[in-house]
Each structure stands twice: as structure tokens, then as C-alpha cells.
Design a protein around this ligand. Structure first.
Ligand code: S6P
Ligand code: ZN
Length: 188
């Protein structure tokens, strides 16, 4: 049995950065354009610049059973047409793995769906602890005027399946309606 050294990280509420998270992933609009419904609105934004939509600070932990992957995510405030900035969203490759999200800053929505058509969403605000059970895909959305920051913890061998979302999409979308966020079906 290998015994590894304990360690501690600190999340910056300003940058969203996690000091123990040395693997930073930056998702700009040009890279995640396909997740938004209004492609004309994407083009209109990209004419001027290519904004950061979200950043993830991954803590390097062995991707094996028994370990716990964890990271911080910061989603910038912003919209593409009526749709708020959001993550790509994914299933875990190992479908029978759960995840916990803890919100530290801002206001978001956590969208979840199963492959047999069940849907759910939760409000996330500072102090919110949300549980994503096994078999549920998950995507987070920043519905507020400031950065939305949360920490996630999930099994070491969970893995990420983005392809199923790129192919099938999410049924639920979060749009601005009369100045407020509304969760609706993409087909509505
Ligand atoms: C990992 C966990 C989060 C997301 C992150 C970015 O299982 O759910 O750390 O990776 O919020 O989202 P996405 O969909 O681009 O991985
Ligand atoms: Zn996940």
C-alpha cells in the first residue's frame, strides 16, 4: 500500500483559483461555442473578442479508485443571446460515480439529467452543498452579475464523458427572461 502525504489548498474567491490545483483549464467561447443555441450571437461576440467562459483548477490526484479528485471552477458572468455562460457538462465515464459541489461565490444553476430522460435542477448560492448522484450528467450555469465559484469532489476513477453531451445535448437550458434566470426545455 502506498501512503501519500496529506495536503491543503486554498480557494481565492477573487480569481477562483485553488492553490493545490496546478492543472488550470481555460475554456474560451471559441472552444465551447457549440454548447450555445444561438450561433449568430456567438459569432457577434467573437467578432470583437474571445471571452473566457470558465476556468477549472484541477488538483493532481491519481485517477484510481479510493482517491478523491477535486477542483475549483469559476464561471464568468455573461450571456450568449438569452443563454447564460455555462460549462460544457458531462457524464462520468464510470456512470456509477457521484459528485459533491460546494458553492463559494455568486449564483448559479446546477442542471442534471439521466440517460433515461429524468431531469432536475438546483439553485447554488454561497454555502450551498449539492449532491449529484451516480448516473446523472451535470452542467453549471452562472446566472448572476459576478463570477460564480464552486468546488467539486468526485471519485478518483470517475473520468469525464463529454461526447454524450456533444451528441445528445442537454434538454434543459437557462435563459434570461425579464431580467431573471429561467430554466426551460430547449424545445420550448
Ligand atoms: C468534474 C466536475 C467539475 C467540472 C467543471 C467544469 O467531475 O463536475 O469539476 O469538470 O466544473 O465542467 P466541465 O463540464 O467542463 O467538466
Ligand atoms: Zn463531474
Amino acid at each position: 500500500m502506498e501512503t501519500r502525504q496529506p495536503f491543503t489548498g486554498q480557494v481565492s474567491l477573487g480569481s477562483g483559483g485553488l492553490t493545490s490545483g496546478s492543472n488550470l483549464v481555460v475554456r474560451r467561447l471559441s472552444e465551447v461555442r457549440g454548447i450555445f443555441a444561438d450561433q449568430a450571437a456567438v459569432e457577434a461576440i467573437l467578432v470583437a473578442n474571445d471571452p473566457v467562459v470558465y476556468k477549472v483548477w484541477n488538483v493532481p490526484v491519481p485517477e484510481v479508485s479510493g482517491e478523491l479528485q477535486h477542483c475549483s471552477t469559476l464561471i464568468m458572468p455573461g450571456r450568449v443571446g438569452p443563454e447564460y455562460f455555462m460549462t460544457k457538462g458531462h457524464y462520468h465515464v464510470r456512470r456509477d460515480t457521484a459528485e459533491v459541489y460546494v458553492c463559494l461565490r455568486g449564483e448559479g444553476r446546477l442542471l442534471m439529467e439521466t440517460e433515461d430522460g429524468r431531469r432536475d435542477w438546483q439553485v447554488m448560492k454561497p454555502g450551498t452543498v449539492s449532491y449529484i448522484p451516480p448516473y446523472w450528467s451535470h452542467r453549471t450555469v452562472n446566472v448572476g452579475p459576478e463570477p460564480f465559484v464552486f468546488v467539486s469532489v468526485y471519485p478518483g476513477d470517475a473520468g469525464h464523458d463529454y461526447g454524450s453531451i456533444e451528441t445528445g445535448g442537454f434538454a434543459q437550458v437557462v435563459v434570461e427572461r425579464a431580467g431573471r434566470p429561467a430554466v426551460k426545455l430547449r424545445t420550448e
